[in-house]
Write a protein that binds this ligand. Structure first.
Ligand SMILES: Nc1ncnc2c1ncn2[C@@H]1O[C@H](COP(=O)(O)OP(=O)(O)OP(=O)(O)O)[C@@H](O)[C@H]1O
Ligand SMILES: [Mg+2]
Length: 267
């Protein structure tokens, strides 16, 4: 039994994107079609992982959802708002933690609230400290980024992305730069935090085992221009643990994802 909370199939999706097309204009003035005719739905509290070949438009999709890159065709909505507006109810975790070196860890976590000029500093500071506890860095609030390891910095990045209590968490290969062991630990941490906070998540990765470990659903994208090749429901019980990643069912999901990825590459 899947123990996630998203069970009401009749409920409206939280993110609903139809016919998405994204064109970039390159420096030489040409148009580059990054995403062509993509549909994407995400339910409240759902953990969706996106995999696909390099350059297929995964980061572009996240940036469109965040309102950072405009779409050229299609329509969509996130919650009650149309897609394409800049919004402050989204958290973004990048591949590198991108912390500001001159701010303390607490200062970095509070940054989105400063940018959004939210009042009631004391309340937010309490929330930031609580989130630092959640990510296991309660004792590091007054330290500086340079004093933390890569994995610790990524955890600060997670706390920062959650501090304004976003409805949607976008994560673009957040653990790609970490060593294998730290990465697995971070996956377990992220699952724990997600089970606690129940945010809708769109998580991009190149790691198939990371995808199966984390996902309620895995979307496999084609090579550019990006389209949905497969949408795979991962029905493994939670909490999942690293020891279980050798189980037959886990291996079968990995095989399915791999089959879609390589089938496309061969064409
Ligand atoms: N600002 C930009 N201007 C022009 N082209 C861009 C821009 N950003 C991305 N592209 C192009 O759009 C395509 C999709 O890029 P995107 O970064 O979304 O891919 P990706 O799937 O995230 O790749 P990777 O797995 O390597 O991170 C690529 O061909 C890329 O060169
Ligand atoms: Mg990318």
């Amino acid at each position: 039994m899947n123990t996630t909370t998203t069970t009401d199939a009749s409920a409206q999706p939280f993110v609903d994107v139809r016919g998405l097309q994204v064109n970039y204009r390159t420096r030489s003035g040409e148009r580059l079609l990054a995403i062509a005719d993509m549909d994407f739905q995400l339910r409240q509290g759902e953990f969706c992982v996106i995999v696909g070949p390099s350059g297929c438009g995964k980061s572009t999709l996240l940036k469109v959802l965040a309102g950072l890159v405009p779409h050229t065709a299609g329509e969509g909505r996130i919650g009650s708002q149309p897609m394409g507006v800049t919004r402050d109810d989204i958290g973004f975790v990048f591949q590198n933690a991108t912390l500001l070196p001159w701010l303390t860890i607490l200062g970095n976590v509070l940054l989105p609230l400063r940018v959004q000029r939210r009042p009631d500093k004391a309340q937010w500071e309490a929330r930031a400290r609580e989130l630092l506890q959640v990510v296991g860095l309660g004792d590091f609030a007054d330290r500086y980024p340079a004093e933390l390891s890569g994995g610790m910095q990524q955890r600060v990045g997670m706390a920062r992305a959650l501090v304004h209590d976003p409805q949607l968490l976008l994560m673009d290969e957040p653990f790609g730069a970490l060593d294998a062991l730290t990465r697995e630990t971070m996956n377990a941490e992220l699952q724990r935090i997600w089970l606690l906070k129940q945010k809708a998540v769109v998580f991009v990765t190149h790691s198939i085992s990371e995808a199966v470990f984390l996902a309620d659903r895995i979307i496999v994208m084609s090579a550019r221009p990006g389209r949905v090749l497969a949408d795979i429901q991962v029905d493994l019980p939670r909490p999942r643990d690293m020891v279980g990643i050798d189980s037959d069912r886990f291996t079968e999901y990995s095989r399915q994802v791999r089959a879609h990825l390589y089938a496309k590459e061969a064409t």
